[in-house]
Design a protein around this ligand. Structure first.
Ligand SMILES: Cc1ncc(COP(=O)(O)O)c(C=O)c1O
Length: 410
């Protein structure tokens, strides 16, 4: 080891953690997946199937929705949509991809600032709109009237609760998302009076929470809030979308969310729910928890250089494909994602290196002073947790490098 002190990396996901030697993804060596060119994302649907099975066991009777913003690659959606009860979309672009793999009745569309053409496409298809403002409700009703159809409308509530400890809080404060809870009953009454097919509530309080206690508390508060709003509105919601926020361990010291505990606590909450919710269905909408661990990003070492006593490995991939791992997507303090040398999994660390991308910005750092086995030009580096908010959430056209390949394992 050099004198430079290593910084920790996050935990390697369970599906890969025990591997020694060659990393295998869906049974094939990483080097095989990389043969047609790097950088490449490889996604394994079997890992999502495992997560979905864990969800089914912990949350019997609760609908599982996939928030496709986490990874909307069409081939990927085709592979995993059958494992889901519903898909949640955030734009007309995502809507078109969701409609290719799921019936409209199983799709909901949330997001502020929906344009008229987006509302029209969703209403014509028969998708549920999670309304984000009274203005949006007016436009949706007018568009449905012009189309001569009954729109499926739910109300997204800006809850007076927040998800404790979440990486991204989206409730409990003034917000562009949803309608302040206090104004929701009046809007529901108006939608019902206008003859809309009122579908219920959507409440989203935050993302990336690892505390079972915090998630369970938020879900209980959400159920209580939905009951209170329904009573005030005088209408029982067919569906209460409880949001999600299930996090994944990205960084050293993070522990996995205990989904079994959350499920048991939700079952208790629902067993004691107010009468107005007796016939409601409940859904949980998840992105990263379902798909983050299912994806890896493989990039090759193009150059190795020393500067000021430190060693840099320069890859053919960087933040233009995997922004989140550089610490510039939704994190305040930069920490290292789990990464490894793909053909030397489990090998003893021999040196401390910084793993950087080819972009002309110091932000393009995928591993800051990480301890790795000795690497050479041409070696393959693997970044884990690349299945969510990877290619889709990165500035791919920045500096004109080619996009990463994205491959779904079969
Ligand atoms: C409304 C909504 N649903 C779902 C998600 C997915 O979050 P995650 O990938 O953390 O589960 C988000 C994330 O921002 C969101 O805003």
């Amino acid at each position: 080891m050099t004198a430079t002190t290593a910084k920790p990396t996050g935990p390697i996901p369970a599906a890969f953690a025990e591997t020694m030697g060659d990393l295998r993804i869906a049974g094939r060596r990483a080097g095989d997946w990389a043969e047609a060119g790097t950088p490449v994302f490889v996604y394994d649907p079997a890992i999502v199937a495992g997560q979905a099975a864990r969800f089914r066991a912990a949350f019997p009777g609760i609908d599982l929705h996939y928030a496709i913003k986490a990874n909307p690659l069409p081939e990927w959606l085709a592979a995993i949509a059958p494992m889901m009860d519903g898909l949640d979309v955030a734009s007309a672009g995502e809507l078109a991809r969701a409609l290719a793999v799921k019936p409209a009745a199983a799709i909901s569309f949330a997001g502020p600032g929906k344009r008229d053409d987006e509302l029209a496409a969703a209403i014509a298809a028969g998708v549920t709109l999670n309304l984000e403002s009274e203005g949006e409700a007016d436009r949706a009703l007018a568009i449905a009237d012009r189309q001569g159809v009954t729109p499926r409308l739910a109300v997204r509530v800006n809850p007076d609760i927040e998800l404790r400890g979440s990486g991204m809080r989206m409730g409990g404060r003034p917000s562009p998302f949803g309608i302040d809870a206090v104004r929701v009953p009046a809007l529901v009454r108006r939608l019902v009076a206008a003859g809309a097919d009122w579908r219920g509530f959507h409440v989203y309080a935050g993302s990336q929470a690892l505390s079972a206690d915090a998630v369970a508390e938020t879900q209980a508060a959400t159920v209580a809030l939905a009951a209170r709003l329904a009573e005030d509105a005088g209408a029982a919601p067919p569906l209460v979308n409880l949001g999600g926020g299930f996090g994944v361990p990205y960084f050293a010291g993070d522990g996995a969310l205990d989904g079994d505990t959350v499920g048991a606590r939700l079952a208790e909450t629902l067993a004691a729910r107010p009468a107005i919710l007796a016939d409601s269905r409940f859904a949980i909408e998840l992105g990263r928890w379902l798909v983050a661990e299912a994806g890896v990003y493989l990039a090759r070492v193009v150059d190795r250089k020393e500067s000021g006593g430190e060693t840099f490995l320069i890859l053919d991939g960087g933040l233009h494909h995997q922004l989140a791992a550089s610490g510039n997507f939704g994190t305040v303090v930069r920490r290292n994602y789990p990464l490894a040398v793909a053909h030397r999994m489990g090998a003893v660390a021999e040196e401390v290196v910084s793993v950087v991308g080819p972009l002309c910005t110091p932000l393009d750092r995928l591993g800051d002073r990480v301890a790795l086995p000795r690497t050479a030009v041409g070696d393959l580096i693997v970044l884990f947790l690349a299945g969510a908010y990877g290619a889709t959430a990165s500035p791919a056209s920045f500096l004109g490098h080619p996009p990463a390949r994205e491959v779904v394992a079969r």
